[in-house]
Design a protein around this ligand. Structure first.
Ligand code: PEP
Length: 252
């Protein structure tokens, strides 16, 4: 049975004190009620990971980073390695986010290396894929996502792939307030599962958690999560307020 996950991507937000308040706010809101079968993952800036994992351990949620270096260690000023992230107690890492692709020039081959580096250090990659608006309007969204999947996951066998979580994040929906309709999300998630089945086999594809991301919030999460191939969400803006984030967790 595949896992349901709601993950919050804080991006480059919050000072130390604000991060502390948000973490305890999430912890408090989760105490008031949450579905037992949903894993909650908080991905703050890496600077706060140790603090976050301390709170998370006490309150039964998990933590993840937002990026990692494809290198093991050494003279890579400003970079953060998979081993460093894992040593904080974090279990997940978001890779291939469209903001990394657009602002930092990350491409599928590099992201593929990062996925392998994460797996080497027992971090679960949340691999983000999704088309830009022009690609959707040109009817090329399936083709684009299929290519992103096949290139970034090409180095993995079914065993290694079984640890990977996929997040479908149409770029036109990220931070725009324009959400994919439940039908659009389901259609793409089912397509992704089909692509994964042809590459890694049907059992592996069936067991893969596929998250939806892109302006998902407390008002629309329930409709999105009701789809059979939508196994949760990767939440940006709405993960910055504890109450909103936990409402989304409770939308299953
Ligand atoms: C994201 O950045 O992963 C995301 C889904 O952002 P938002 O929810 O703000 O659209």
């Amino acid at each position: 049975m595949r896992k349901k996950i709601v993950a919050g991507n804080w991006k480059m937000n919050k000072t130390f004190k604000e991060a502390e308040d948000l973490l305890f706010g999430i912890a408090d809101a989760l105490i008031s009620g949450r579905p037992e079968d949903v894993e909650v993952v908080v991905c703050p800036p890496a600077l706060y990971l140790e603090l976050a994992t301390d709170v998370a351990t006490e309150h039964d949620f998990s933590c993840g980073a937002q990026n990692l270096s494809e290198h093991e260690a050494g003279a890579y000023t400003g970079e953060i390695s998979a081993a460093m992230i894992r040593s904080t107690g974090a279990e997940y890492v978001i890779l291939g986010h469209s903001e990394r692709r657009i602002y930092f020039g990350e491409h599928d081959q590099l992201i593929g290396k990062k996925i392998q580096q994460a797996l080497r250090h027992e971090l679960i990659p949340i691999y983000c894929c999704g088309e830009v608006l022009e690609e959707r309007e040109a009817g090329r969204h399936f083709q684009v996502v299929e290519k992103q999947l096949s290139e970034a996951l090409s180095g993995l066998d079914a065993g290694a792939f079984s640890k990977v979580v996929i997040a479908y994040e149409p770029v036109w929906a990220i931070g725009t307030g324009r959400t994919a309709s439940p039908e659009q999300a389901q259609e793409m998630h089912a397509f992704i599962r089909k692509v994964l089945a042809s590459r890694f086999g049907e059992p592996a594809a069936d067991d893969t958690t596929i998250l939806y991301g892109g302006s998902c919030n407390a008002a629309n999460a329930r409709e999105l999560f009701a789809n059979p191939d939508v196994d949760g969400g990767l939440i940006g803006g709405a993960s910055l307020k504890a109450e909103d984030f936990v409402k989304i967790v409770n939308s299953f």
